[in-house]
Design a protein around this ligand. Structure first.
Ligand SMILES: [Ca+2]
Ligand SMILES: [Ca+2]
Length: 230
């Protein structure tokens, strides 16, 4: 394809863009429970029209309200004692929402230790792109911990407060660097490999949007159809 052809397609794409929508969104949640089911809804939505979504879910802090013997309950930061698999997860969701981002039966600590905290953690994105976090079927038990000034004692869990973030990046066709927009950087990356086919060093299967085996005009058109999204 001649450079002038590329320039003319690009110019029309730039003119056609303008329906720019939000890129990545980050939801910060803060939920507390003394045993009852808890629900949290995001104040913002990720663009529900993307082809894929990259997500990173991170629990940033877990506080437990614990009680030892007849003493008044106290709140302690137990983040450092939570297994890492409960604290972070990431991945890619394919297709339009609704999506389940995290669906986890929390059981802490691991058996055969007696249950301190159990429950079902669910993080979803609904069809409109809004995020929802729920923690249900909660069971509190006992836990052995170092509780100054008493030392290493068995406490009863009375409550839990969990704070965290969920970052969702809508990935539209053409967003080669998966940063939430389809811009000149993506276009430059595409054009650098334009015309290459499977087996060529430059060929990028992720940029062969119609999986035809070559990065051609059809793929460029798909990229340009989303050009300007940010
Ligand atoms: Ca991009
Ligand atoms: Ca192709």
């Amino acid at each position: 394809m001649s450079p002038s052809r590329v320039a003319s397609i690009l110019a029309s794409a730039v003119l056609a863009s303008g329906a720019a929508v939000a890129g990545p969104v980050t939801w910060s949640y803060d939920i507390s429970t003394t045993g009852q089911d808890v629900f949290w809804n995001s104040p913002s939505a990720a663009d529900p029209a993307a082809a894929e979504y990259d997500f990173v879910s991170t629990v940033t802090r877990v506080d437990a309200t614990v009680q030892y013997s007849v003493f008044p309950p106290v709140t302690v930061d137990i983040t450092g004692q939570i297994p890492p698999e409960y604290l972070s997860s990431s991945g890619t969701l394919y297709g339009p929402p609704p999506h389940t981002i995290v669906n986890q039966h929390v059981l802490f600590p691991h058996p055969p230790d007696p249950i301190a905290v159990a429950g079902d953690l669910l993080v979803t994105m609904d069809a409109s792109g809004f995020g929802h976090v729920s923690f249900t079927n909660i069971q509190f038990g006992t836990y052995q911990m170092n509780l100054p000034p008493f030392g290493y004692v068995t406490v009863t869990i009375r409550g839990l407060r969990v704070r965290g973030t969920v970052q969702v990046t809508p990935v539209f066709t053409g967003d080669l660097d998966r940063d939430g927009d389809v811009d000149l950087q993506d276009l430059a990356g595409f054009l650098a490999a334009f015309g290459s086919c499977a087996g060529d060093a430059a060929y990028n299967p992720a940029a062969d949007f119609d999986a035809s085996g070559c990065m051609e005009l059809q793929d460029l058109a798909s990229l340009l159809a989303n050009f300007g999204r940010a």
